[in-house]
Ligand binder design. Structure first.
Ligand code: ZN
Length: 487
């Protein structure tokens, strides 16, 4: 067995002797008495001892919490300053009760309600004093724990799994409400950039290289299948290099259940957070959809665009299925041959061989499939210089987005029978990307911080030279375009 990581701190053996009824007993003596009472109940196994200790611990926590709250000085009933205008406001209702769930147990809190007529706003001075969340029925520490369950498994399963870890049960509805509330908070973040920076601070220096990859996949919603777009912003290409083995690969994820414009804005925030404007080598991997390349040219005009090799081959296989039938035994051969032909400085050789197939087509459908594939390769010719890219050590087909779709979204959002309402689905998509970017330990804090703080490091935008005013990009400081403007 391994040794204890942290040595146990023994209970104090010094009695406080403060004149109270049990003041002559030290903490150690009190614990010894508790242990004696446990033994008197009869224990037969380690589990009995363990669960007994846990029950005593839970009871102690809850009791201590309620007694501390009861020991708070009573509210004096005098007018209190309104949090908005600062003017003193008298009590409107006394002793309003709020039930609260904390990590120490249930809590019943009775406090005075004040109402400012000028601001049309009610408030509870005691809640403010204790820094309680304005809405909801759980404390911040509790919210953090419930969220961790709710963002990782279905609400029903989260509630069940909770009971294995903690003594007080919670309902799946509570999990749903907590996740929803935090989701709304994430949506209300100061900006997408603030949220990105709260999840993962911007680096002090721009990274040497940046790999950007984006793609869409379908999610089941109550309005049918909708496309969710996911992008990965990977500084230094660590995901590909380490093949996802590192616990924290230092990667930013962007996910949107919405239109292209929304996706563009979210991705821009992640790129800004990674100081993409100042990165010398950016590689942009895409699936060949036209709007993706438009977005790539717009956001990172100097990036090297590469058609993801996997997509290039998948499209060829889809064409082969039309030509030869779904179950033709030669399909793997076709796939291998296309892979071989594409491993070249251009797709010309592949296109030539595909053209050779033209006379053998027997229907319009087959002709069309072949035509489409050749057109797709022609359009992306410059993005398919695979042997050249490979020689330069650039990623050509990594599957990083495919795996991101799985571990960012589908693992939580594409379970059997799940049909998301658009509103809840959008929130969960945002939460999942935030969760994966921030990591489990920083996640809850990051969302709160992003709602409070403005961006920590606003980007200094260089003035565009007059001849480029119609373009939206900002060149790097060392760019010759910029030097010309400053002379
Ligand atoms: Zn007021």
């Amino acid at each position: 067995m391994s040794r204890r990581r942290t040595p146990r701190k023994p209970a104090s053996t010094k009695a406080p002797d403060d004149g109270t009824r049990l003041g002559h007993l030290s903490d150690a003596e009190l614990f010894a008495e508790l242990a004696r009472r446990q033994m008197a109940k009869g224990v037969s196994s380690l589990e009995d001892i363990e669960l007994g200790a846990e029950a005593v611990g839970q009871f102690t926590k809850e009791e201590l919490q309620s007694q501390t709250i009861a020991a708070l000085p009573p509210e004096d009933g005098t007018p209190k300053p309104c949090p908005k205008c600062g003017k003193p406001v008298p009590v409107k209702t006394k002793n309003r009760v709020r039930h609260f769930l904390t990590t120490a147990g249930e809590l019943r809190l009775s406090r005075n309600y004040h109402y400012c007529k000028a601001c049309k706003r009610g408030f509870y001075p005691r809640d403010i004093e204790l820094q309680l969340p304005e809405e909801g029925e759980v404390s911040g520490a509790m919210e953090r724990r419930i969220l961790d369950f709710g963002v990782n498994t279905s609400f029903e399963e989260a509630a069940q799994r909770w009971c294995i870890h903690y003594p007080m049960p919670i309902s799946s509805n509570l999990v749903r409400r907590v996740v929803d509330r935090v989701g709304r908070r994430a949506e209300a973040a100061h900006s997408a950039l603030t949220l990105q920076q709260a999840c993962r601070p911007s680096p002090a220096e721009p990274p040497k290289t940046l790999v950007v990859a984006g793609d869409g996949s379908m999610l089941g919603t109550r309005e049918g299948w909708k496309e969710a777009k996911v992008a990965v912003v990977d500084p230094g290409g660590s995901l590909i290099r380490d093949k996802g083995r590192r616990a924290d690969p230092g990667v930013r994820y962007v996910a949107v259940l919405g239109d292209q414009e929304e996706f563009r804005a979210a991705l821009k925030a992640a790129l800004d957070a990674e100081l993409a404007d100042d990165v010398m080598n950016i590689v942009w991997l895409g699936d060949g959809a036209r709007e993706n390349w438009t977005m790539a040219s717009d956001l990172c005009p100097f990036a090297i665009q590469i058609l993801d090799l996997m997509h290039a081959i998948q499209n060829a296989v889809a064409c082969a299925k039309v030509l030869m039938g779904e179950a033709d035994p030669a399909l793997p051969l076709w796939e291998a041959r296309i892979g071989q032909l594409l491993d070249a400085p251009s797709p010309d050789a592949a296109i030539l061989e595909l053209m050779d197939c033209l006379p053998y087509t027997t229907s319009d459908e087959q002709l069309d499939a072949l035509d489409k594939l050749i057109g797709y390769y022609r359009r992306n010719e410059k993005r398919m210089r695979y042997s050249e890219f490979r020689a330069k050590g650039l990623p050509i087909g990594s599957g990083i987005v495919e795996s991101a779709h799985k571990h960012v979204l589908q693992v939580r959002m594409k379970q059997a029978g799940q049909r998301w309402s658009i509103e809840r689905g959008r929130r969960m998509v945002l939460l999942r990307a935030t969760y994966r970017t921030a990591g489990p330990r920083r996640f809850h804090w990051a969302i709160r911080a992003a709602q409070m703080d403005p961006p920590s490091r606003p980007r200094t935008q260089l003035q565009n030279a007059p001849r480029r005013v119609k373009r939206r990009y900002v060149p790097s400081r060392g760019s010759p375009l910029n030097r010309a403007a400053s002379i």
